[in-house]
Design a protein around this ligand. Structure first.
Ligand code: DHB
Length: 390
């Protein structure tokens, strides 16, 4: 009896310790995609999930002998939840890669888990400069706010905009945008006369916009996260700020392709700087936009979608390069230095910083084929994150 029990126990232990893991490791490659699928940042999750699924539909789910499995989890954009889900995915699901990260606090909360478990963390949305420094396992395919903001601060004073008030969401990316825009504008002979910050959660822009109206700058520079742009635009126009001679400028988050076409003619002429426009005139982008719309009930892809699509590309190519046998360190090494043509244009993952290097475009909202688009009119090529040089 005792012997039998012992044997059973040993066999069980052997099974639980070896068999399931070995099987999982040899057959499947798991990507834990953590996104805000509900709540204030839900459009980010919807866009990235759709793009990741499109990438898999176009490229298959068998790569280097592995079956790629996408595990999508909703973190509701609460960083403690992101962290708990990441822990579960690493410990229980044994994911090979963590990905997603809709907002900066979620990425920062997950960075230590990536480091401890040596799991690559592909950041597809969050855009505060410092995120890549929070873990050596972070690789970014979105953008950084310093990248986008500096380009606009170079453009503005050459176009009659000298005095600017900034209005940003009061957290990582907003503070980056404010700082880098302000410093560069001053360097170019302009001036930020007032810097306003609004809360990330449920912001009421009205009192801030009233203040801007009273200050009467040449322009208002805005950063708000994806999904909040339409509310700013609406209140800006309702207050007649454009008629009072105040121009609206900002990073492309404000004229987000997810919302732009519903903003109305008041958005026409708004100049922004960013890394992606659905109207980017390249064959690769036309194909991407068409396929994305077809698969998603005519939804237009935005910059979040492109971050997700390219993030999947970076993961797939790393699986191929490591012949499906790579652990976290080998996968990470294979992600560094990848260079390719994205729907946004050419880009690469800087091997030293693990951050994205890409073109930043100046764009103006125009009507094209009956719809509102960010039409690119200038480009600054191969922009590295200016936040890294400090
Ligand atoms: C971040 C989130 C966004 O929705 C965005 O457009 C830019 C940055 C962030 O939290 O890092």
């Amino acid at each position: 009896m005792q012997k039998r029990l012992f044997l059973t126990g040993t066999a069980l232990a052997a099974l639980t310790l070896v068999a399931p893991h070995a099987m999982a490791q040899s057959d499947t490659f798991k990507i834990g995609l953590i996104l805000p699928m509900t709540g204030q940042q839900a459009t980010t999750g919807r866009q990235i999930e759709a793009a990741a699924k499109l990438y898999m539909a176009q490229n298959g789910d068998m790569i280097a002998g592995k079956k790629v499995q996408l595990i999508v989890k909703d973190d509701t954009s609460i960083p403690d939840v992101t962290k708990r889900i990441a822990q579960e995915l690493v410990v229980n699901e044994k994911v090979n890669v963590l990905a997603g990260m809709g907002i900066t606090p979620s990425a920062l909360a997950t960075a230590a888990i990536a480091t401890q478990s040596k799991t690559p963390l592909v950041v597809m949305a969050a855009a505060t400069s410092s995120i890549t420094e929070a873990s050596p396992y972070v690789v970014r395919t979105s953008f950084t706010l310093p990248q986008a903001s500096v380009a606009l601060a170079d453009w503005a004073p050459k176009n009659g905009i000298k005095k600017v008030v900034t209005l940003v969401s009061d957290y990582g990316p907003g503070i980056d945008a404010e700082k880098f825009f302000k410093e560069r504008l001053a360097f170019n002979g302009g001036q930020v006369t007032e810097s306003l910050r609004v809360p990330l959660r449920n912001p009421d822009f009205a009192p801030f916009l009233q203040k801007v109206r009273d200050l009467k700058p040449d322009a208002l520079f805005v950063f708000v996260p994806s999904g909040a742009g339409a509310a700013v635009m609406k209140q800006f126009l309702e207050r007649g700020m454009d008629k009072a001679g105040i121009k609206l400028i900002g990073t492309g988050d404000i004229t987000d392709d997810d919302q732009l076409n519903d903003m109305g003619d008041g958005a026409l002429g708004v100049v922004t700087s960013h890394h992606y426009s659905a109207a980017h005139p390249s064959a690769v982008n036309k194909k991407f936009v068409e396929a994305f719309k077809k698969a998603n009930n005519n939804l237009r892809p935005n910059f979040m979608a492109v971050g997700g699509y390219d993030g999947m590309r970076v993961i797939y190519e790393a699986i191929k390069a490591t012949k499906g046998q790579g652990g976290g360190d080998a996968l990470l090494a294979a992600m560094k230095g990848q260079i390719f043509e994205s729907p946004r244009g050419p880009m690469y993952i800087d091997a030293q910083t693990r951050d994205v290097v890409q073109n930043i475009y100046l764009r103006k909202v125009e009507r094209k084929d009956g719809q509102l688009y960010n039409i690119e009119f200038d480009v600054i090529k191969d922009v590295k994150d200016p936040g890294k040089a400090r």
